[in-house]
Ligand binder design. Structure first.
Ligand code: ADP
Ligand code: MG
Length: 700
């Protein structure tokens, strides 16, 4: 139950005056909310800038191009001539030093008469310019009389907006919300308040939304930082509460004696790299601990994560328990099972796959075997977290490409067993600060070496004016028996960017040239069709596979040695790296051709340069971070930290560690969040929408 003290903040924005259905819609969009925003959402929408109205010059001294507040007497009106609404309505005003024109386009005469009556003294505030030798203010932001002057803020916040939403109306809504801010208990410990010199919440919100100084709204200033810390603390506390759930009942261990793992290793046609061995050993050790495993296995595409995951599953099977491997796409799930099934069979591990495609009797059989404990490892997609999927003894959840899944999905899978261990596989190296923000304290294993025998990839950039030569080169490669990926960015007119080559069109044009040696796979095809296309390519029946980014993750056809990427300038670095990782997997050398459309923008040119120069995923991730900011490393659109509105990794990195330490301290001293401090912290979790974690308090 939400603490009642928060009720005023959780009132709907539509309860404010001036916020009707139209503003509601715009605010939902602006604040990225599915429902009508609450007052708290408005208050956490922080200004991006300020307008300084404090300059009060005489007309003679006003500086063109700046915002000024002038004290004037209204002299006369010059309305737009009848029938010529395009000519502005001008109000002439003056002080004892000169004249100023107050210019209105498409104005209503009676409105102007009302606010600027001839002969009256008024204060007008706005940006001044010179026009034909006279000072002019076009559409003054504010016009007030003597009485209104007291309410004219010297400094006004400017907010990020969305089209159709007027700054004034957002400002009025926020100002009303600020009025309703109740007194809240302080959740930050006195120690941290002192050490970081944080202001109280109310002061922080007031100074941000009604700034007294221009610097009040700076993200690295005390007011914004206080809110950033709150947000980070809420995030870290929620993670810590989840983590506290992770102790397993005494005596339960999830790894056996190694006999199945040895069989898997014996069945491998290659030797494990030393980082694969280290990762497998670290996982086995975790599985033996009284605390549940929460480990991230990072490794570049092709570094061999699947077999490490299989060894983890084998360890669990030795102890008579089950494992699940959840992948974000059908293709990827099938790829895993393809690698895993032959090894599992030789080792005597019982595996199956469950996706949206297994239906009817087939699905019922799988579920029956799963419930009876006749399956050791179930590989699949989201289908694994459906309600009727029940394990006999799930002990290990392996989640591939984690950041595509939300916390909810992760919890849904782990809740299908007791004290389930979690292994996350990621091909995108995630910077340490982000791991902390999203996963809390997670252990990390890295696969830094490539399996032996890999050939380097020769990457070249080619302007698309030379596509004819590229097609000729593809022709020669096909004749020499090579397999070629041809990647296009989009399928059909899902986006109206007309110059983007559409995969279907490219498929047709290549077909004219190479006949049925060309195949097509894209995201809108049915699962079975996709598999058939992939299988034909893997078997060499099709030599050129035209594909959208569905091949991005995990697909493994070692014989493919050439990749053409069209409109490469439109892809992000991480995506290009992932795509290119589909080649260079066999013992033959590979070539990647990046076709780009001229002229290349600066950012695109920089990305293509990085991708040409290196195949080291960790380096690429670092460059990516430099080029685009951390949000995009996780593949999300806005910069900043996804899921965080206020904290910014580049400004508040220090606070992340502070918040983590504080969360750990709270978990040590007051894990059930009792007493006054506990109540305050519960408020915090609600304010930042981390209350999902509240039911976990003290449970288990
Ligand atoms: P990732 O999932 O990390 O991108 P995979 O697990 O799909 O990589 O492995 C890529 C390919 O490398 C697979 O064909 C796999 O059989 C092979 N492989 C894995 N480990 C080794 C190794 N130590 N030596 C040689 N080949 C390996
Ligand atoms: Mg993989």
């Amino acid at each position: 139950m939400r603490p009642t003290v928060l009720n005023p903040l959780f009132a709907l924005a539509t309860s404010l005056s001036g916020v009707g259905p139209k503003q509601d819609k715009l605010l939902r969009y602006l604040l990225d909310k599915g429902d009508t925003p609450r007052l708290v959402d408005l208050l956490l929408h922080l200004p991006s800038n300020v307008i300084d109205r404090r300059a009060r010059p005489k007309i003679r001294d006003a500086v063109p191009g700046t915002v000024a507040t002038l004290e004037v007497t209204v002299d006369r009106h010059r309305p737009s001539p009848p029938g010529r609404a395009r000519v502005p309505y001008v109000v002439y005003a003056s002080d004892d030093t000169g004249d100023v024109m107050l210019t209105y386009f498409r104005a209503k005469a009676d409105y102007i008469d009302k606010i600027l009556p001839v002969g009256a003294k008024r204060y007008v505030s706005g940006t001044v310019q010179m026009f034909d030798g006279t000072l002019q203010m076009v559409h003054p932001d504010r016009v007030v009389d003597e009485a209104g002057l007291a309410n004219l803020p010297g400094i006004e916040p400017v907010y990020p907006l969305t089209e159709g939403l007027a700054l004034g109306s957002l400002r009025r809504a926020v100002a009303q919300a600020l009025q309703k801010l109740p007194a809240l208990p302080e959740w930050i410990s006195p120690e941290v308040m002192r050490r970081c010199q944080f202001p109280p919440l109310g002061e922080a919100l007031h100074r941000l939304h009604a700034p007294l100084e221009l610097t009040d709204i700076l993200p690295n200033g005390p007011y914004w930082s206080r809110l950033a810390y709150d947000e980070l603390l809420a995030g870290q506390l929620a993670l810590a509460l989840v983590r506290a759930q992770l102790r397993r009942p005494a005596g339960v261990r999830h790894a056996g004696d190694g006999h199945l793992r040895n069989k898997v290793i014996d069945a491998l046609p290659y030797a494990l790299t030393s980082s694969q061995r280290e990762a497998a050993a670290a996982i086995a050790n975790d599985l033996q601990q009284p605390v549940r495993m929460l480990r991230l296995l990072q490794g570049d595409v092709g570094s061999g994560k699947t077999v490490v995951a299989l060894l983890a599953a084998a360890a669990v099977a030795e102890a008579g328990k089950q494992a699940a491997l959840m992948a974000p796409t059908e293709i990827l799930a099938r790829q895993h099972i393809k690698t895993i099934a032959p090894l599992a069979e030789r080792a005597g591990l019982r595996v199956a796959i469950l996706t949206g495609r297994e239906k009817g009797k087939e699905r019922r059989d799988i579920l029956a075997r799963l419930a009876a404990g006749e399956l050791d490892l179930l590989v699949g997609t989201h289908a694994l977290i459906q309600d009727d999927v029940a394990f006999k003894a799930l002990a290990l959840a392996i989640v591939d490409e984690q950041h595509r899944f939300g916390v909810r999905e992760r919890l849904a899978l782990t809740s299908k067993g007791d004290a389930v261990d979690v292994l996350v596989l990621s091909a995108t190296p995630i910077p340490r600060t982000l791991v902390l923000t999203y996963f809390g304290d997670m252990d990390i294993s890295e696969l830094r070496e490539k399996p032996a025998g890999r050939q380097p990839i020769d990457t070249r950039t080619v302007p698309d004016s030379r596509i004819g030569e590229v097609i000729d080169a593809v022709g020669r490669a096909v004749n020499a028996g090579k397999l070629v990926y041809w990647i296009c960015p989009l399928v059909e007119e899902s986006e109206a960017i007309d110059h983007l080559t559409d995969a279907t069109k490219r498929f047709e044009s290549l077909r004219e040239r190479f006949g049925d040696k060309v195949g097509l796979v894209h995201g809108q095809m049915k699962g079975a069709e996709k598999d058939r296309a992939m299988a034909q390519f893997a078997a060499g029946e099709v030599s050129v596979l035209v594909a959208t980014t569905v091949v991005e993750v995990g697909v493994d056809v070692p014989a493919a040695t050439i990749m053409v990427i069209e409109n490469a300038e439109r892809f992000g670095l991480a995506q290009l790296h992932q795509l290119r990782g589909r080649i260079g997997r066999g013992s033959e050398s590979s070539t990647c051709l990046l076709l780009y459309r001229e002229p290349l923008g600066e950012m695109s040119a920089a990305r293509l340069r990085v991708i040409r120069e290196t195949t080291d995923g960790f380096r690429i991730a670092e460059e990516d971070l430099k080029l685009r900011g951390e949000g995009d490393v996780l593949g999300t659109r806005q910069s900043g930290m996804p899921g965080y509105r206020i904290a910014r990794s580049e400004v508040h990195a220090q606070l992340i560690a502070q918040a983590r330490d504080e969360a750990l301290k709270i978990m040590r001293d007051n894990p059930k969040l009792t007493g006054a401090q506990g109540d305050a912290l519960r408020c915090l979790l609600y304010l930042y929408e981390r209350d999902e974690a509240i039911p976990l308090i003290g449970a288990g």
